[in-house]
Design a protein around this ligand. Structure first.
Ligand SMILES: CC(C)(COP(=O)(O)OP(=O)(O)OC[C@H]1O[C@@H](n2cnc3c(N)ncnc32)[C@H](O)[C@@H]1OP(=O)(O)O)[C@@H](O)C(=O)NCCC(=O)NCCS
Length: 369
C-alpha cells in the first residue's frame, strides 16, 4: 500500500510547510505541548530519567522497577565496542563533524548481527571514542556506569562529573529523545517505508539532522556563544547579523510560535548548571539573546538554543553538540522504525505540477538558444 503525500491537501497545513504523513503514537504535539506516549514532557523532565523515557518510547508504557533495573544492567553490558572495529573506524580519517563520523561508523556495522537496540547502545561509546581521539586523550571506555549520561560524561573526562552535571545531561537527553515526525525522524520513516534496514534508515536521518536548520543549529549556537562571550556584546552581534541578513540559529520554530516547551525546560537546566559551575555569565548571555530576539523579531528560542547553552556549560566542543542530539534521538528512532514497520506502507511524495508544462523535444541541431 502507498501513502501519497501532497502539499496542497489542506491550505492551513500548507501555510506552515507541514505534511501529515503517518499516524504515530510515540509522541505528539498538541496546542504547543509535547507528549511522549501521552505523558507531558514537563512531567517527565521533573520526575523521570532518560532510561525510563527510552523504555516508555519503545514499549508504549512506563517500565516497572525490575524492568528499569534490567535495562540499566544492559547499559553496563552493551555500551561497549569491539576495539579492533573501533580502531578501523578511527583510522578511516579525521572526521571534523560528529555526524559525519557516526555515518561512517554505522556504515561499517553489520546489520545482520546487530539488533536495533544494540545499535542504540553503541552510539555513546562511538561518540566518546571520536571525541577522545580528537582530544588525543587515551581515557579508555568505561563499563561501570548507572546511566548513559554518566557513562558518556565520564568517558570523555579526566575526572568524574558531578551528580548535577550528570542529571543535567540526562534530562537534556530526555528532552531530545523524540519529537513526533520531525524532519530527521520523517526521513528515517521514509527510508523504513521502503523496507530498508535500520542502520540505513538511521544514516538517512543523520544526514538530515546534521543540517543547520535542524540539529546542526546547536553547533552554531555554541560557536556564537564562544564568539560573543558576554551579554554586553549581544546587541552588537545581532546588529551585524541582521545587517548581513543572517538567521540566528536556535530561534524560531515551525510548530511552536509561542515558545518551544523543550527550550523552556532546557533553560531551567542551564540556569541551575551555570550556578553550580559558577558560570552565570554564560547564562546571562543566553538570556540577553532571548530578550533581544523577542524584542526585535518576536522570535522565541527553540530546543537548540538552550541545549547549545547546556552542552557548552558541560564543556563539550561545539562539533560534539549535534552528535549528542543524535545519540539522544536514537531512542525515538528505534521506536519510529518499529512503528513504521508495523504498518508496511511506502510513503510517496508528489511534486506540485502547477504549470502543467508540456513541451516538444527539439533535436540538438535545431536548437538556437
Ligand atoms: C526553524 C525555522 C526554519 C522555522 O521557520 P519558519 O517558522 O517557517 O520561519 P521562516 O523561515 O519562514 O521565516 C519567517 C520570517 O521570520 C524570520 N526568521 C525566522 N527564523 C529566524 C531566525 N532564527 N533568525 C532571524 N530571522 C528569522 C525569517 O527571516 C522570515 O522573515 P521575513 O518574513 O522578513 O522573510 C526558522 O525559524 C529558522 O531557520 N530558525 C533558525 C534555525 C534553527 O534554529 N533550527 C532549529 C529548529 S528546532
Amino acid at each position: 500500500m502507498t501513502v501519497e503525500l501532497s502539499l496542497c491537501q489542506n491550505k492551513d497545513v500548507m501555510e506552515f510547510g507541514e505534511i501529515q504523513a503517518a499516524p504515530t503514537q510515540i509522541s505528539n504535539i498538541r496546542e504547543g505541548k509535547l507528549r511522549y506516549r501521552g505523558i507531558l514532557l514537563e512531567d517527565l523532565v521533573s520526575q523521570s530519567s532518560f532510561e525510563e523515557v527510552v523504555l516508555l518510547l519503545w514499549n508504549g508504557k512506563l517500565p516497572l522497577a525490575a524492568e528499569l533495573k534490567e535495562f540499566s544492567n544492559q547499559i553496563q553490558g552493551e555500551c561497549g565496542l569491539d576495539s579492533d572495529w573501533l580502531r578501523k573506524i578511527l583510522n578511516l580519517r579525521n572526521f571534523e563533524s560528529a555526524i559525519d563520523f557516526l555515518i561512517a561508523a554505522l556504515s561499517l556495522v553489520s546489520t545482520g548481527k546487530n539488533s536495533n537496540h544494540k545499535i542504540f547502545f553503541q552510539l555513546p561509546p562511538l561518540l566518546a571514542a571520536w571525541e577522545n581521539n580528537f582530544q588525543k586523550k587515551n581515557l579508555g571506555l568505561l563499563s561501570k556506569n548507572s546511566s548513559i549520561a554518566a557513562y558518556f560524561l565520564n568517558s570523555i573526562r579526566e575526572s568524574n562529573a558531578s551528580d548535577l552535571e550528570i542529571v543535567a545531561l540526562d534530562k537534556t537527553m530526555l528532552i531530545h529523545a523524540d519529537h513526533e515526525l520531525n524532519i530527521s525522524t520523517f526521513g528515517l520513516r521514509l527510508a523504513a517505508s521502503t523496507g530498508s534496514d535500520f542502520v540505513s534508515s538511521v544514516i538517512a536521518a543523520l544526514g538530515i539532522l546534521k543540517g543547520p536548520l535542524h540539529g546542526g543549529a546547536s553547533e552554531w549556537v555554541m560557536k556564537t556563544f564562544d564568539q560573543v562571550k558576554d551579554k554586553k556584546h549581544v546587541s552588537a552581534f545581532l546588529d551585524q547579523a541582521f545587517k548581513n541578513k543572517e538567521k540566528i540559529m536556535g530561534f524560531g520554530h515551525l510548530l511552536y510560535k509561542n515558545g518551544d516547551p523543550r527550550a523552556k525546560a532546557l533553560k531551567n537546566i542551564a540556569k541551575n548548571l551555570s550556578a553550580h559551575l559558577n558560570r552565570q555569565v554564560d547564562f546571562e548571555m543566553a538570556e540577553a539573546f532571548e530578550s533581544e530576539m523577542l524584542k526585535r523579531k518576536n522570535l522565541h528560542p527553540n530546543i537548540d538554543f538552550y541545549s547549545g547553552c547546556v552542552y557548552r556549560l558541560l564543556g563539550f566542543r561545539s562539533e560534539l553538540g549535534p552528535g549528542v542530539f543524535a545519540m539522544s534521538r536514537m531512542a525515538g528512532w528505534v521506536a519510529h522504525y518499529e512503528e513504521q514497520n508495523s504498518d508496511r506502507r511506502i510513503v510517496l511524495a508528489r511534486g506540485l505540477d502547477e504549470k502543467k508544462r508540456e513541451d516538444v523535444y527539439i533535436p540538438l541541431s535545431q536548437r538556437t538558444s
